[in-house]
Design a protein around this ligand. Structure first.
Ligand SMILES: [Zn+2]
Length: 121
């Protein structure tokens, strides 16, 4: 259960961005993250930890939106990215070529934040 720690870092990043915004941020509406299936963060646990992570912060009223990024490896035989499942070894599921060249799936990143400012209607 390290999701709370991850989300605390996300909230801190939003607070820094809000502090640097040109208009004063009055309310954060939505925080969107990209979460790779191999990032180690579990979407259900992120949603479960969100109320605790945002309590008393600028994100108090914000929703959490997760975009789950499937894990992919680049297969030199198929010459393209192929999706692997969470527990798959690093081999191409289509042709079986071993490949350690993971192209997606480890993402854990702030995607975008929606907020309203004191200037907005
Ligand atoms: Zn392949």
């Amino acid at each position: 259960m390290h999701e709370l720690g991850l989300l605390t870092s996300v909230v801190e990043a939003v607070e820094r961005a809000a502090a640097e915004a040109t208009s004063k941020v009055s309310r954060v509406e939505n925080v969107a993250l990209k979460v790779g299936t191999l990032s180690g963060a579990v979407p259900e646990a992120l949603h479960g930890s969100w109320p605790l992570a945002k309590a008393g912060t600028i994100c108090e009223d914000a929703r959490l939106t997760l975009e789950v990024i499937p894990a992919t490896v680049f297969c030199p035989t198929c010459n393209r990215d192929v999706e692997i499942d969470e527990f798959f070894a690093l081999t191409c599921p289509e042709c079986g070529t071993p490949t350690g060249n993971m192209t997606h799936g480890r993402e854990f990143a702030l995607d975008y934040v929606e907020w309203s400012t004191e200037d907005s209607p």
